[in-house]
Design a protein around this ligand. Structure first.
Ligand code: ISL
Length: 530
């Protein structure tokens, strides 16, 4: 089978916030169908849908109640089938979210197949990703069940072969329907050590990240399911190094096609806690991305991303979202899209959408944010101090409604949106897509280059100006060709050597002339030598 996914660009849709077709304030499948031409015009090859399965929505669909049903608010299975057909009719592909580390506690398995879950007589001191303990006591059974996420998301017991077969059967059902692959939620957490025990600081991750049997189970899944279809798979794998990433993604290992690294997303974090803020040092980012580019160059494959539904908006995070919003959004895109790997664009990123700053905690909906707020308030942390963290890192930054137009609520809904729109929709919205200077049109060009220039897929990566704290610069070389990429992550004017070749793309009026190149604030420029 060809590795078509190496030349593809993926677009992630968070259905709840993408487009509401029926005015109930919640995005839905028919809303996505309405916007397929917009996505096709952008040029993306694959759409990844965050979960659309039946769910009580404790964690917006990442708590699945029935893998064979579509969430009522999102529509029906007939709507889904139409979506799939319409995507295929446009030559695009559809990747489903596969959430099988845990289910909802309302899944019938939790009642009828307790052996599909993980039970202990005594809890450990591990802390959940969503605050509090990972153990919840169940009276009827007189035991605790494990939940790494919310207490409505009990972890599945992958050591049970019957559970594994049941999951594989469900995967085949979706693949037989014609879906083109899976994004696998926290797939590196499915294997826990047999003797779970207390961990320093309540951080049990060494006992469940990349655990003892994870590779055995993925090889089995590949053999029994994945290898039978021409699909793409991407694993979500927090806490994974390039070496481990190779184990998951090297073709010879027959597990997954690629994984999501989290290392670059932790560089503005001072400790193991995501809310512990620290400014990014560009040299750390450069060193980290270089490590991954080299680490997966010959074996395995990278996925490239700045955003998803769990991360704050990149232009507000590593860019500048007021005076230099458009420039820095394009600069960040340039920096990522000329690297080796499969790029992922998260809805609204192609418009340069920004973080949101609601003053009241009541305007936030994300369980992670709400639990953290409650816990910190109980510990006496002032409201204002917590809001600083939420404004910087809260997941709802990514989940405000997609900004389609300057109409009320950004044209996302005619009703009341489930989460308030970012008030800047009056200026930042998809009407820009016709403007040749828009962030959207810039993304479209980047996506197009990946299809035209093989060097982007195959070239060697070399970091330039390693010590420079403002400029991220690198080359790609392949078959006698060369790309030189300069990205200024600061407002300072920077001087860099003029490379050979012609300017391929840039986010300012193009530089002609001779001598060093003077990079303006947040400037990006790419030279191509054939
Ligand atoms: O979002 C995070 C930090 O803010 C991560 O810890 C995140 O919870 C982790 O990356 C796992 O994410 C995935 O599984 C979660 C779900 O809430 C996320 O939306 C999903 O991407 C549980 O299913």
């Amino acid at each position: 089978m060809t590795e078509w996914w190496k030349k593809s660009t993926v677009y992630q849709i968070y259905p709840r916030s993408f487009m509401d077709s029926d005015g109930d304030g919640i995005g839905d499948i028919r809303g996505i169908i309405q916007k397929l031409d917009y996505l096709h015009e952008l040029g993306v090859d694959i759409l990844w849908l965050s979960p659309v399965y039946d769910s009580p929505n404790d964690d917006n669909g990442y708590d699945i109640r029935d893998y064979y049903q579509i969430m009522k608010e999102f529509g029906t299975m007939a709507d889904f089938d139409e979506l799939l057909a319409e995507i295929h009719a446009r030559g695009m592909k559809l990747v489903m979210d596969l959430v099988v580390n845990h289910t909802s506690d309302e899944h019938e398995w939790f009642k009828n197949h307790p052996d599909f879950y993980i039970w202990r007589d005594e809890p450990t001191n591990w802390r959940s990703f969503f605050s509090g303990s990972v153990w919840e006591y169940q009276k009827e059974r007189g035991q605790y069940f494990l939940h790494l996420f919310s207490k409505k998301q009990p972890d599945l017991n992958w050591d049970n072969p019957e559970l594994r077969e049941t999951v594989y059967e469900m995967m085949r059902w979706w693949l037989d329907k014609g879906v083109d692959g899976f994004r696998m939620d926290v797939i590196n957490m499915i294997s826990k050590v047999p003797d779970m025990h207390d961990a320093p600081g309540g951080d049990g991750s060494h006992q469940f990240l990349n655990g003892p049997n994870v590779h055995t189970y993925l090889k089995e899944m590949n053999k029994k399911v994945l290898s039978k279809y021409d699909i793409v798979t991407v694993g979500e794998t927090p806490g994974t190094t390039p070496k481990e990433a190779r184990d998951y993604t090297a073709a010879k290992n027959q597990e997954l096609n690629m994984i999501f690294t989290f290392e670059h997303m932790g560089l503005d974090q001072a400790s193991g806690e995501k809310w512990d803020l620290k400014p990014l040092r560009l040299t750390d980012l450069k060193e980290n991305m270089e490590k991954w580019q080299h680490g997966l160059h010959d074996e395995g494959w990278n996925s490239l991303y700045w955003n998803n539904h769990d991360q704050p908006r990149i232009v507000s995070r590593f860019g500048e979202d007021t005076d230099w919003r458009v420039e820095s959004a394009k600069m960040l895109a340039t920096c990522l899209h000329f690297m080796q790997g499969t790029p992922y664009i998260y809805q609204g990123e192609e418009l340069g959408m920004t973080n949101v700053r609601f003053d009241s905690i009541d305007d936030y909906k994300d369980i992670e944010t709400l639990n953290m707020y409650k816990e910190k308030r109980e510990a006496g942390v002032p409201h204002e101090d917590i809001m600083v963290k939420i404004h910087a890192k809260g997941r709802d930054n990514a989940r405000t409604p997609m900004q389609w137009s300057a109409e009320p609520n950004g044209g996302f809904t005619t009703g009341t949106p489930w989460l308030k729109a970012n008030p800047n929709y009056t200026e930042i919205n998809a009407l820009q897509h016709n403007d040749p200077d828009s962030v959207y049109q810039y993304y479209k060009k980047l996506i197009g280059f990946r299809k035209e220039l093989e060097i982007i897929t195959y070239g060697d990566f070399e970091l330039l100006y390693r010590e420079d704290g403002d400029v991220f610069a690198y080359t790609r070389t392949w078959n006698g060709e060369k790309l030189t990429v300069y990205c200024n992550f600061s407002e300072n004017t920077k001087s860099v050597a003029r490379p050979e070749g012609e300017v391929l793309i840039g986010n300012y009026a193009l530089h002609l002339g001779e001598g060093d190149v003077l990079l303006k604030p947040y400037e990006a420029i790419v030279y191509y030598q054939q």
